[in-house]
Design a binder for this molecule. Structure first.
Ligand code: ADP
Length: 546
């Protein structure tokens, strides 16, 4: 690197790490500081920096000024270089592109690099007599005096401001003191401006997300005042986003009776993590909606409130109704023709001689109709669980349900030499209000599957615990497991995991887990599953205690 730095034996100027004013400030100093501190309230980063450099250059009578910023990575120094020089019309900005490579060199080898490394400002009264001043070969600089200060936070130097003049002795140590104070203040302001611009960026991102979502969204504070809403919500309530922000949930529920649900939810004490979901029909709109209300809570200042999301599910519901109708028609209307076929098959069987090959054909027809009958029965069961009103809800000891299902299944486990471990930690007196035969069926289903899909001699553990206002039930087995691709589908009706690798075909129609899901969801609980092929599976569900 060809450097032409001069190194005379003159003592170096003392650097000024602190920001204390050692001399009595002049009235110009005070004017400048007051002008600077007013400017430091600027929240636009670029504007702030431009003003600082322009003002300091003018105030200190510099002919040139440059500011290098180090936002994140050291290699990026050159990216934020602003340069000024005194021209005919006062201080003017020099185009950034001219100086990009130069900035990197100055930071590495020049005076700015010294300031960064030492984390201290410096005044050079004559560049020809100070070794820290480096003149680069291709530089046209005629600077004789220099003021150079760092913008530093507790952990790093984030910028370097340099003021230059062609006369020696133009700057002195008192200038350095004042400029150091300005640099320190600017660092704070820069930090604030950066925080503000990050906040603005996040705000814009949030705006974009909110306006891109197809659902109505309303955010309320704890007192029920609207904090924020998206355009869809405003249009849905026949108003504007701005007008919504003036309203409370009481005003809104007067406009739209559906939102009375939110008013009802707010009667509960606010508890972080809580959420409610309602499927509801709006008479006046003639449409179906899914209303989700969740609690938001800020740990910063303890504030909180509710996020309300309203989704129009009319099309989905229509499709569902259509599917239910089709299921209903299929399961009911096919029963009679099937019964007829089975009946006539039995009659024909009597009419034909024992040795006739037709007997075999009849056997095949009977088998097929039997299978269809089974399928129709399953369909009817699913339909019943999903659509019939919840009957026979009674107080039940959950622990008793689990224990009795386990006892009933014991012979099946013993037949396969499977080792059963039961951890029923539910207080035996604890009652839940459920349809006990449905829940019993769900428990048995998990146990039956563990029995079916775990090889002889395997291990099956059953856990039943209470957590908060939930009862958790888990069946863990050391069985064949389920491949990750099949996991999202096993609770679907009639889905069976394809197992080309296994010789053993386990009997089943792929409806058991779907029934479990339907039963548990009807009881406002949730099913879940974890599995690893070859290692085993964990099937679980939780039910609300109340
Ligand atoms: P079925 O057992 O009648 O096929 P299910 O609805 O009960 O129907 O289960 C769906 C599919 O999920 C099964 O075909 C099986 O492949 C898989 N499965 C269910 N339980 C287990 C289990 N404990 N271990 C491994 N696979 C399971």
């Amino acid at each position: 690197m060809p450097l032409t730095g001069t190194n005379h034996n003159r003592a170096r100027e003392k650097s000024m790490p602190g920001a204390s004013l050692l001399k009595k400030p002049t009235s110009e100093d005070l004017d400048l500081l007051s002008e600077i501190s007013q400017m430091l309230t600027l929240i636009d980063r670029e504007q702030l920096l431009e003003r600082v450099i322009e003002l300091t250059a003018k105030a200190f009578g510099a002919e040139r000024a440059s500011l290098m910023l180090n936002p994140d990575v050291p290699e990026d120094w050159e990216q934020a270089l602003i340069k000024y020089r005194r021209g005919d019309g006062g201080i003017e900005r020099v185009e950034q592109s001219q100086s990009v490579r130069f900035a990197r060199r100055v930071i590495r080898d020049g005076l700015a690099g010294w300031v960064v490394r030492e984390r201290a400002g410096v005044v050079i009264t004559d560049t020809r007599e100070d070794s820290r001043w480096v003149t680069f070969d291709d530089s046209t600089s005629s600077a004789r005096s220099v003021l150079c200060v760092p913008f530093q936070t507790a952990s790093a130097v984030i910028g370097v401001l340099t003021l230059l003049h062609s006369d020696p002795g133009h700057f002195d140590t008192s200038d350095l003191q004042t400029l150091t104070i300005i640099a320190n203040q600017t660092t704070v302001a820069l930090h604030n401006a950066t925080l503000f611009s990050r906040m603005r960026y996040k705000e814009r991102q949030l705006e974009a997300i909110l306006s891109a979502m197809p659902d109505s969204l309303i955010v309320l504070d704890q007192s029920g005042r609207v904090l924020r809403a998206n355009h869809i919500a405003a249009a849905w309530l026949d108003t504007t986003v701005e007008a919504l922000a003036e309203l409370s949930i009481d005003d809104l529920s007067r406009r739209e009776s559906l939102l009375e649900l939110v008013r009802d939810v707010r009667r509960n004490p606010l508890q972080a993590g809580q959420s409610w979901s309602f499927e509801t029909h709006s008479e006046n709109r003639g449409r179906d909606y899914l209303l989700n209300i969740s609690v938001w809570h800020s740990s910063v200042d303890g504030s909180g409130g509710y996020v309300v999301v309203i989704r129009d599910i009319t099309t989905l519901r229509d499709l569902n109704r259509f599917k239910d109708e089709m299921l209903h028609i299929a399961s009911h209307d096919l029963r009679s023709p099937l019964a007829l076929i089975t009946g006539y098959c039995s009659l024909i069987e009597f009419e034909i001689p024992e040795e006739s090959p037709v007997k075999e054909y009849l056997g095949a027809i009977e088998k097929a109709t039997h299978r269809m009958q089974g399928l129709l029965d399953d369909l009817l069961r699913v339909e019943k669980i999903r659509t019939s009103p919840m009957e026979m809800v009674e107080p039940v000891h959950f622990a008793d349900l689990v224990t009795s299902a386990l006892n009933q299944m014991r012979p099946q486990f013993d037949a396969r030499h499977q080792q059963i471990e039961a951890h029923v930690d539910v207080e035996s007196a604890l009652t839940i209000h459920v349809n006990s035969s449905m829940i019993r069926e769900a428990i048995e289903n998990y146990l039956e599957n563990a029995n079916k899909y775990t090889p002889d001699g395997g291990r099956i553990s059953v856990y039943s615990t209470v957590e908060g206002n939930r009862i958790n039930f888990v069946v863990e087995d050391s069985g064949i497991g389920i491949p990750p691709t099949a996991l999202p589908r096993v609770f679907e009706a009639f889905y069976r995991v394809p197992r080309p690798e296994s010789d053993e075909v386990v009997a089943g129609r792929g409806l058991g887990l779907h029934l479990v899901k339907a039963v548990i969801e009807r009881h406002k609980g949730e099913v879940w599953l974890e599995s690893e092929p070859g290692a085993g599976s964990r099937f679980g569900f939780w039910l609300p205690v109340n």
